[in-house]
Design a protein around this ligand. Structure first.
Ligand SMILES: CC(C)(COP(=O)(O)OP(=O)(O)OC[C@H]1O[C@@H](n2cnc3c(N)ncnc32)[C@H](O)[C@@H]1OP(=O)(O)O)[C@@H](O)C(=O)NCCC(=O)NCCS
Length: 205
């Protein structure tokens, strides 16, 4: 068993298993890439280079079964009140056994520790997230900064993912994240006239 500190996430009885959830270490990075690559090819998430993964390794939580990393997910802070869940992937062999939920809960716990307030994801697995307390959000309420990564997506400029958000406390209705007038916020819809966001549906799967 790995001796790194495990997350304090409490797994419901039905999801209790052999694995632990812990913060990622640099030694996990090649395996994290192995889990992301096939899902990126399928268009379920953005591809990541080894360099990007080493630089963001502190964002990642991993599910570990013995010595093997079987699940990964990252929490990327974007603003005072907004973080994103990225690169959430479970080894196919282990899917449907609670590892995805356990990693997501660990990421939410990290967001709560950081007092970040809200966590969103762009996903096709809408029901997976709503069953964890996320709600569907109009993508156009997300800050333009979010879309600056989209140029790396093969679907760009047409995004058909669903935005889901988890609120730790009540927030006023309306746009989330940094105010749109900030200079570091890239207005991709203005820069790229063809960029279209598909309408948000409540269930995408
Ligand atoms: C989505 C994913 C992370 C879920 O992890 P998992 O370990 O298989 O899921 P868990 O066992 O923790 O949870 C199972 C629940 O999630 C639901 N679920 C799993 N995958 C789903 C999907 N693609 N769409 C909708 N719901 C899904 C199951 O129906 C099940 O629901 P229930 O608890 O009501 O029975 C995993 O299937 C995966 O890696 N998929 C490919 C990559 C991907 O789509 N990642 C999400 C990008 S944001």
């Amino acid at each position: 068993m790995n001796e790194s500190p495990s997350s304090t996430v409490a797994l419901p009885e039905a999801e209790r298993a052999e694995w632990i959830i812990r913060p990622a270490e640099v030694g996990d990075v090649p395996r994290i890439k192995e889990l992301i690559d096939p899902n990126a090819l399928k268009g379920a998430m953005l591809p990541k280079t080894l360099g990007e993964l080493y630089e963001s390794v502190r964002d990642f939580q991993v599910g570990v079964d013995g010595d093997r990393v079987i699940a990964v997910g990252a929490l990327h802070v974007l603003w005072e009140d907004l973080a994103e869940i990225r690169s959430l992937a479970v080894d196919e062999e282990f899917q449907g056994r609670g590892a995805g939920k356990a990693v997501t809960r660990a990421l939410l716990e990290e967001a709560e520790r950081l007092r970040v307030g809200r966590v969103f994801a762009l996903t096709y697995a809408t029901r997976f997230f709503t069953s964890l307390g996320f709600r569907v959000l109009d993508k156009n309420l997300l800050p333009r900064k979010v879309w600056s990564d989209c140029i790396h997506c093969h679907k760009f400029p047409i995004c058909d993912e669903v935005a889901v958000i988890y609120d730790f406390r009540p927030f006023p209705e309306g746009p989330v994240g940094p105010p749109p007038e900030l200079p570091q916020v890239i207005d991709l819809q203005r820069l790229v006239p063809g960029l279209r966001f598909a309408p948000t549906t409540s269930e995408s799967e």
